[in-house]
Design a protein around this ligand. Structure first.
Ligand code: ADP
Length: 858
């Protein structure tokens, strides 16, 4: 990881400079100590490898500083060796050249310069640092040594190339691996691996000590083994280290082996004591090079395999988690989701191997985060209070735009993200990865991973977090939908319960889906409708209908018709006498939404409306009665005149009869004829009185089959006297065939009487010859009958066609304005219509249409 924070970076640079100086110094001492007496090149020259390691560990921009850090040490050490300054400087340049070629090659060709754990990475290292760098730099180095010290060029070249190659091969992986692991050593715990490493180191040490021991070296078998097959005893340990501890383990054992071998050779101890050093040195270097390269490749391959296995295991673990996670949330009811999210977050965090995992769930508005699910590796307790929009404004804006936050260190945050940085510090986080959870068209929340240390977020981890976030987004989206549905259900049920009207909702088969309390209160009184949710209302009504329940008999077919779609709606009025006072109900069946998806049955109490209607009807009848009384009052003169005729005739006949009786021989035949006349006149008089009494009768509406033509003639008879007095000609144009309507004869008489009287009054101001009222009655088509009243009066006032029917509309000084209003209410109560208009030439016409009664006389 590259520390980029300025403070960290400065600290790393100082550490690097000091490390390079100290390492270079130590390495020079080792290198100088591993020279054969009298030779300038040493068997193993590690300072260049130390420089290479430093350059591999540091970013290229730091290289000049690090290289310069080695200069004073170089000058100091080599000056002490008594070499001329030009040579010292030349050697420094060649050393630097080697390090730069080595590290440059590694940085150029390796995808991860600090790792040697894959075949391509190791090859990049071997080619750049072990082959190219020592080889190329040795040309210059050998030249300098030859010039300033007079040593043979190619001997120096070969010795330096090999010793440097060996140093690169053994030092760089060991040093880079060890320094790279340093930041994590505090986190490491004692494990079986630590014990294994310790056992390995001890065994390795024992073998070396044994191999170098002068007395043991005297053992013939041991001497043969160590001299004939050098490193035979160390090889198992090196293999062990390579196989079990990877390239770094192999590097460390190789380093120790090289150092110890070179040391033993220089000092002529152990197996090399009896051998000629000039021949042994190249042999040892070559064999070490071969063994080291082989071992490095072997350990790399093993490491690569181990990595693959780990990656596979991690992948499998993740896949399994993902499938369990999706499985768990697919069927989970939304109210259990909170607890499940809490539980699952820990498992996800453990599998993703992050220090902290947090899930922020957006509320209805994207900015209002409602709940936070929190899991931390350090188990720092309940979720701290976080308001994303306040604590992480910069990050939050980014996430709202559906972008991912990928933060490897706090230093990478821009200045605009000060608040975010403070919040991250407060939480102890140094790196974070946050992904928006996006629904189809909404922002559902954020899934965030945190790390206490700075770290990069590899692509695979990002992909895994994305997959988890998709599963969680689906779950949250479903939860949101279900919550909304539940709220809407609650709302619907609350609305249903608040209704005064009883409501039952049935499905297409008639089963009750929902009812409210108002419905149940009424339904409990009527057996047929007392069906709870889940029961079948239609079947219950049909059963009650078969038992003879009149309400059920009317309702069942209505419900069935609406449910089957054959009728758009159905309504029914019924009266219930179950309570202390009678109540009226209206039952209405309406289809639900799409056809055949059920129906709503509403039962409303219309008792008050019905009472008001009855009251109004009664008032109307009272009023009509009053109107009739007043009409009759107006007709008094003409009625007296009409009655006068039969009464005078009776009187005359009675006197004639007395005279006949007074005669000595009364003529009985004549007397009989007189009496017949008297009876006839009396009947005429009593007919007039009967009709008058009928008109004055007050009473309930009595609907019967009425002969309309006869009724019209009788009313005309009643006003005929009045007409004569007013000088009005009343002309009747009435069908000879009787036309029957269904209605109340008194009320229908009132209609004709009122229209006639209005017409006669209208023509009153016309000259005597022009006072004509024509009353027509025509059956239209067997369905309706039209009664029309034509007059030759002044006609209706302008715009009065509708107004004349309004109550209290009058143009007469003594008028009440109720006549036509009563007429219209009577006509409408008989299922008919009335309208008024002006005739073309003069006068008004009033037309009444009534339905014909085609049935039998009742
Ligand atoms: P009223 O006779 O007490 O005025 P009505 O309701 O019978 O009450 O009539 C209302 C009004 O309608 C009358 O005042 C009159 O202006 C008008 N009207 C009624 N019949 C006729 C008609 N045949 N010709 C002209 N106007 C009429």
């Amino acid at each position: 990881m590259t520390p980029t924070h300025p403070a960290t970076s400065r600290f790393a640079l100082v550490g690097g400079v000091l490390g390079v100086a100290a390492g270079y110094y130590g390495a020079c001492q080792v290198g100088l100590g591993l020279r054969l007496p009298g030779a300038t090149p040493s068997i193993l020259w590690p300072p260049n490898a130390i420089l290479t390691s430093a350059l591999v560990l540091a970013p290229p921009r730091r290289w000049p500083v690090l290289l310069l850090a080695a200069l004073p040490v170089h000058l100091l050490v080599e000056h002490a060796a008594g070499w001329p300054l030009p040579l010292i400087l030349s050697l420094f340049v060649t050393n630097c050249l080697e390090a730069v070629i080595a590290a440059g090659g590694i940085w150029l060709f390796s995808d991860s310069p600090r790792d040697f754990d894959t075949f391509p990475r190791l090859t990049a290292f071997i080619v750049s640092a072990v082959i190219a760098a020592p080889l190329l730099s040795s040309f210059a180095d050998a030249a300098a040594v030859t010039i300033f010290r007079g040593e043979p060029y190619w001997t120096v070249f070969l010795t330096r190339t090999f010793s440097n190659a060996l140093a690169q091969l053994t030092f760089v992986p060991a040093v880079v691996g060890t320094v790279g692991a340093l930041p994590h050593w505090r986190e490491s715990r004692w494990t079986s691996r630590t014990t294994e490493a310790l056992v390995l180191a001890t065994g390795f040490g024992v073998v070396w000590v044994g191999g170098l021991d002068a007395e043991l070296a005297q053992l013939p078998a041991l001497r043969i083994v160590t001299t004939q097959t050098p490193l035979a005893l160390q090889l198992p340990f090196m293999l062990w280290a390579g196989v079990r501890f990877g390239p770094v383990g192999a590097g460390v054992t190789l380093l120790a082996t090289s150092l110890l071998s070179a040391w033993a050779l220089v000092h002529g101890i152990g197996p090399f004591a009896t051998l000629d050093p000039t021949a042994t040195v190249p042999a040892l270097i070559i064999s070490l090079l071969v063994v080291a390269t082989t071992l490095m490749y072997l350990s790399t391959l093993v490491e690569e395999r181990r990595h693959t296995q780990h990656a596979l295991a991690a992948r499998l673990e993740f896949e399994e988690l993902l499938s369990r996670l999706s499985g768990a949330f697919v069927q989970l009811p939304s109210d259990q989701m909170d607890a499940a999210l809490d539980k699952w977050l820990g498992q996800i965090g453990a599998v993703l191997r992050v220090d902290l995992l947090a899930l922020f769930v957006a509320g209805d508005e994207a900015c209002a985060f409602r709940a936070t699910y929190w899991w931390s590796e350090r188990r720092i307790g309940p979720a701290p209070e976080i308001v994303p929009a306040r604590d992480f404004p910069w990050t939050f804006d980014m996430l709202l735009e559906r972008r991912v936050l990928n933060l490897s260190s706090l230093a990478a945050l821009p200045d605009a993200a000060r608040a975010d940085q403070t919040s991250l510090k407060r939480l102890g986080l140094n790196a974070a990865l946050a992904m928006p959870l996006a629904g189809k068209d909404s922002f559902l929340g954020v899934l965030a991973c945190g790390s206490f240390a700075e770290r990069r977020w590899p692509d695979e981890l990002k992909a895994n977090v994305r997959l988890v976030s998709e599963v969680l987004a689906n779950a949250l989206s479903r939860k949101r939908t279900e919550d909304a549905l539940r709220t809407s259900e609650l709302m619907k049920s609350a609305i249903l319960q608040s209704l005064q009207t009883g409501v039952a909702v049935v499905d297409r088969l008639g089963s009750v889906v929902a009812v409210n309390e108002a419905w149940m209160i009424v339904a409990r009184q009527s057996g047929a409708m007392d069906v709870a949710v889940g029961g079948n209302l239609l079947m219950s009504c049909e059963a009650a209908a078969r038992m003879g329940d009149p309400l059920a008999r009317a309702l069942a077919p209505g419900i069935a018709a609406v449910l089957s779609g054959s009728q758009p709606e159905f309504s029914l009025d019924h009266r219930s006498d179950l309570g202390p006072a009678p109540r009226w109900w209206t039952l209405q069946v309406l289809p639900l939404g799409s056809p055949q998806s059920g129906a709503v049955i509403a039962q409303s109490d219309v008792t008050d409306v019905r009472r008001a209607e009855l009251e109004a009807q009664r008032s109307r009848q009272e009023l009509a009665h009053v109107a009739r009384v007043s009409t009759v009052g107006e007709l008094t003169a003409s009625i007296a005149h009409q009655l006068n005729q039969p009464l005078s005739a009776i009187m005359t006949n009675a006197q004639a009869a007395r005279r006949v009786l007074d005669s000595p021989s009364p003529d009985f035949a004549k007397l009989h004829a007189i009496l017949v006349d008297i009876v006839k006149d009396d009947r005429r008089a009593s007919d007039i009185i009967k009709r008058l009494r009928e008109l004055l009768r007050r009473g309930e509406l009595a609907m019967t089959r009425v002969n309309l033509t006869k009724l019209i003639r009788e009313v005309a008879d009643l006003v005929i006297g009045d007409a004569i007095v007013r000088g009005v000609t009343v002309s009747l144009d009435v069908d000879h065939h009787p036309v029957f309507v269904r209605g109340d004869s008194v009320q229908l008489q009132q209609v004709v009487l009122n229209l006639l009287q209005n017409a006669m009054e209208a023509v009153g101001d016309q000259p005597p010859g022009l006072r004509v009222v024509t009353l027509k009655c025509r059956a239209l088509d067997g369905e309706a009958v039209r009664v029309s009243m034509h007059d030759t009066g002044p006609g209706l006032p302008a715009g009065g066609e509708d107004a004349v029917f309004e109550p209290f509309y009058t143009t007469k000084p003594t008028g009440m304005g109720m006549g036509l209003s009563i007429v219209r209410s009577i006509v409408e109560a008989h299922g008919g219509t009335i309208h008024a208009a002006n005739q073309e030439r003069m006068g008004a016409v009033f037309e009444v249409l009534l339905p014909v009664d085609a049935g039998q006389a009742s």
